[in-house]
Ligand binder design. Structure first.
Ligand code: G6Q
Length: 546
């Protein structure tokens, strides 16, 4: 790893100190006051780009806050770091890698050079190969070992090789080829695999084994079980494998070892991080589902947001504004989480997808130069689609003791116009954001004739911040824009916190320990008891009862 010149700690940057003082002045000011002082803020604190409208007026900020946050972005080198990413510099310093998910959606005319090689032609070559394959499966030209048409596509992958494909499939189901069934297997828990294939015929099933490294324990275990499951139905005929398994990976050697024809391997590169890979070959299941043309529309959506992030002034830049606002709450209000609340059933896996994108990227405790961070970093992202969440956890957001900034996401149009459903859905978006911001005072409750003793229980303090994002409708292009929006929110946060948003060392320790413990669980001899007393007892108990 290259040595990094010591960085100015975040809390020593001039704008940070100014923000601290500013927070002391306005930190307790109520959104009711903000709106009373500035009645037009609902019109002013908005930004729009690429068909995405952001209303950020219900945040606990004023012009000075924004000025200082933008200054913080400048002092933290956001523009320079953004350029470094787009130019293919090795900004993932702990792994010595470029960070080029933006190259995955770069048009053919662009050129991005990594280690002396333009990567854009290679990206398009893989896209063309994926398109050809997807068309063959979709049209029935690709047949299985017995000559039957493929009806089921099972993606086997985990983490970045699963969450993006599942989310995108769910989000874009409306655009999918409905005579194909899609399933996703990720967990090493055998039930995941068993349930995914229990009603499938191997002769009509195609497995996409998605693994950047092709060594991930869960994925390889599931892939081997799939291989055995298929071979059992094909009378052990190994020749069947080539027709029913394809690989998405960067590791040709391991793919070949598994028995997959490397002609049927779709590659990508070490400069694509797992959680940033749904628009690479890892998105093959998405492409088979929605078709190459829709997939390319999705890539164009990603690219449009990339261009906006790279070029729009910071003050009108959607990812920059959202990133800075989350830093404001995380570091100055001690907010620990951000709720992602899509009012769109098709986006039901979007919060889960963002969990990985945000938390694996920015859950870091040291800065790029290896010193302990001076402030809190990555907030916990979580959420569920509305209106379901309203009937479960919104209580805590409205009346609990924690500050939970929310991102509401809604669309002008639904893909399934049924009666009044969509207006009802959207009425809830606006109502929730309004209720969170303005609450309900004791006077208002009293005026309704509520009994004295009940009044405190019925008070809504309000002053709970939110963003509202509005867009046309769920489409491949819009999904690309939304994902890229949050990718760049994460990037913005990471630059302010001076952390490496692109490594994930935190997942390693557990993996190493699990490998060691697995041996102890399966061993014929009583293990030596080399752990702490708690772990030793748990292992003993499991061995006895399994
Ligand atoms: C993502 C992470 C991680 C990764 C999985 C699967 O950024 O690196 O979630 O995607 O561990 O890895 P493979 O694709 O190598 O199987």
């Amino acid at each position: 790893m290259q040595t990094v010149t010591p960085l100015t700690p975040l809390n020593h940057r001039p704008s940070w100190k100014a923000l601290k003082a500013h927070h002391e002045q306005i930190g307790t000011k109520h959104l009711r006051e903000f709106f009373a002082d500035d009645p037009a803020r609902g019109e002013r604190y908005t930004a729009e780009a690429e068909g995405i409208f952001l209303d950020y007026s219900k945040n606990r900020i004023d012009d000075q806050t924004l000025k200082l946050l933008v200054q913080l972005a400048k002092e933290s080198g956001l523009r320079e770091r953004t350029e470094a990413m787009f130019l293919g510099e090795k900004i993932n310093i702990t792994e010595g890698r470029a960070v080029l998910h933006v190259a995955l959606r770069a048009p053919k005319s662009e050129s991005i050079v990594v280690d002396g090689e333009d990567v854009v032609p290679a990206v398009h070559a893989v896209l063309d190969k994926m398109s050809e394959f997807a068309e063959r499966v979709r049209s029935g030209v690709w047949t299985g070992h017995t000559g039957k048409r493929i009806r089921n596509v099972v993606n086997i992958g985990i983490g970045g090789s699963d969450l993006g494909p599942v989310m995108a499939y769910e989000a874009l189901k409306h655009y999918s080829q409905r005579d194909l069934t899609f399933r996703f297997v990720s967990n090493v828990d055998g039930s995941d695999f068993a349930e995914a294939v229990h009603d499938l015929d191997a002769a009509e099933t195609l497995f996409l084994v998605a693994s950047k490294t092709f060594t991930t324990q869960e994925t390889m275990t599931n892939a081997h079980s799939a291989r055995e499951w298929a071979l059992a139905q094909f009378g052990g005929d190994e020749k069947a494998i080539a027709k029913h398994f394809v690989a998405i990976s960067t590791n040709t050697k391991e793919v070949a070892k598994f028995g997959i024809d490397i002609e049927n391997m779709f590659g990508f590169w070490d400069w694509v991080g797992g959680r940033y890979s749904m628009d690479s070959a890892i998105g093959l299941s998405t492409m088979v589902a929605i078709g190459p043309e829709n997939f390319r529309a999705m890539l164009a959506g990603f690219h449009a947001m990339d261009v906006h992030f790279r070029t729009a002034p910071l003050e009108q830049n959607l990812p920059v504004l959202m990133g800075l606002l989350s830093v404001w709450y995380t570091d100055f209000f001690d907010a620990q989480t951000v709720a992602i609340l899509p009012y769109e059933q098709y986006l039901k896996r979007f919060p889960a997808y963002l969990q990985q994108l945000t938390m694996e990227s920015n859950g870091k405790h040291v800065t790029l130069d290896g010193t302990h961070v001076a402030t809190q970093t990555g907030p916990i992202y979580w959420g569920e689609p509305g209106t379901n969440g309203q009937h479960s956890f919104y209580q805590l957001i409205h009346q609990g003791t924690r500050l939970i900034p929310c991102d509401f996401i809604g669309f002008y149009k639904t893909l399934n116009p049924v009666g009044r459903h969509h207006d009802m859905l959207m009425a809830n978006v606006f109502a929730q954001a309004e209720a969170l911001a303005f609450g309900k005072t004791a006077e208002a409750v009293k005026a309704e004739g509520v009994a004295e003793a009940l009044i405190p229980h019925k008070v809504f303090e309000g002053n709970r911040p939110s963003n509202t994002i509005l867009a046309e409708c769920v489409s491949p292009a819009m999904l690309g824009k939304l994902v890229a929006l949050y990718e760049h929110v994460v990037f913005t946060q990471g630059v302010i916190w001076s952390i490496d948003s692109f490594d994930q060392w935190g997942v390693e320790l557990g993996k190493v320990l699990a490998t060691r413990i697995l041996g102890e669980l399966e061993s014929g001899e009583e293990p030596a008891g080399a752990h702490d007393s708690s772990t030793n007892r748990l292992i003993q108990r499991y061995r006895k009862n399994k």
